[in-house]
Design a protein around this ligand. Structure first.
Ligand code: SF4
Length: 338
């Protein structure tokens, strides 16, 4: 057995010792797509100029809450709530978190950049932890790919969250020029900041960014990072980020010890061949797929919304949005079955 296969086997056994043989899809919910930084080298935003903003940059509360209802009904975990820095005021964000909690019934992860202690305290009733966008652990590479997003404010935030009893998570993108020699740095970081959850994404070479002509990382390379993390941190929660053109690697990433799967356009691509492949790959990795990306559920928008304790206007708006999402998903289902 070669080294990679041995690592994979160790990771698989470690996973089996600490977790149920299940997996699921995690949906990241965004309340805005605009960003004041716009210069992280891997991000599609860096292909835009600083002055460009999207006219519909902030989503309506109703559409966010409709998406939360879908997550609940279809068995998708909420990976995190995210949005551009300062896209919402502190009060607006607090109100949104309160409403999401009212619909979802659980605390969620929050990923909105470094948050000062005083604000964190006020989000605490509705969040289980925060996700720091660390992106890469190699210091030189970090300076290059995140010139306006230093790690230090996130490190400060991790100290605050730990003191407040919140959990810490981080994002980690492979394929930007780091090497497996950087694993030691990642290990030290995870230990130092008590990271409970890590999102391991693979670079997407977006057009117009500095990585436009960089090949995406191989499945084996992404799997090796995940397997090393799993072996070193047996109980950490690992999420593997894929993309619609990388669904064929899920079996390997799950075998490497990932818990859950993210970065898939689950509404737009509901029951698409790619969505079907995700569930097939989970089965090939001998994991039961909790929830569904392929089977339309009976969701009665009237019933769902009537249970909510919001004013009639917001309820009506949520119902409209939920109906629109369900129509899109049903259309996919019909189209894929033809
Ligand atoms: S990664 Fe985040 S902070 Fe960086 S440019 Fe993209 S949206 Fe902005």
């Amino acid at each position: 057995m070669n080294d990679f296969n041995q690592l994979l086997l160790n990771a698989q056994q470690t996973y089996q010792k600490h977790f149920q043989p299940t997996t699921c899809f995690e949906r990241a919910i965004f309340y805005s797509w605009d960003c004041s930084i716009k210069d992280c080298g891997f991000c599609y935003m860096s292909a835009h100029t600083k002055k460009e903003t999207t006219p519909t940059a902030t989503r309506s509360t109703a559409s966010i809450l409709a998406e939360v209802i879908l997550c609940k009904k279809l068995g998708w975990d909420i990976g995190f709530l995210s949005g551009g820095i300062n896209a919402l005021t502190h009060t607006q964000l607090k109100e949104l978190l309160h409403k999401i909690f009212a619909v979802y019934g659980q605390k969620i992860w929050l990923n909105i950049g470094p948050i000062p202690l005083e604000k964190l305290k006020e989000y605490t009733p509705h969040i289980k932890g925060i996700v720091g966008s660390i992106e890469t652990i190699n210091p030189e590479l970090h300076k290059k790919v995140c010139p306006s997003k230093p790690k230090e404010p996130y490190e400060k935030m991790f100290e605050h969250t730990t003191a407040l009893g919140l959990k810490n998570a981080m994002s980690f993108i492979v394929g930007m020029g780091e090497t497996l020699d950087d694993f030691e740095l990642l290990k030290q970081f995870v230990q130092k900041y008590s990271i409970n959850k890590i999102h391991v994404y693979g670079l997407i070479p977006h057009k117009g960014t500095m990585f436009e002509n960089t090949p995406p990382p191989t499945a084996e390379y992404q799997a090796e990072w995940i397997a090393r993390i799993r072996c070193e941190f047996p109980t950490i929660n690992i999420q593997c980020g894929i993309w619609e053109d990388r669904t064929e690697r899920i079996e390997l990433l799950l075998k490497a010890g990932a818990n859950t799967i993210s970065k898939f356009q689950a509404i737009k691509k509901f029951n698409s061949p790619e969505a079907q492949q995700i569930e097939q790959q989970a089965a090939a990795a001998r994991r039961t797929f909790k929830g569904t990306l392929t089977k339309m559920q009976e969701i009665n928008a009237d019933e769902e919304v009537s249970q909510l304790q919001f004013d009639d206007e917001l309820k009506q708006q949520i119902k409209q949005k939920l109906t629109t999402y369900l129509t899109t998903m049903s259309r996919n289902t019909v189209a894929c079955e033809q």
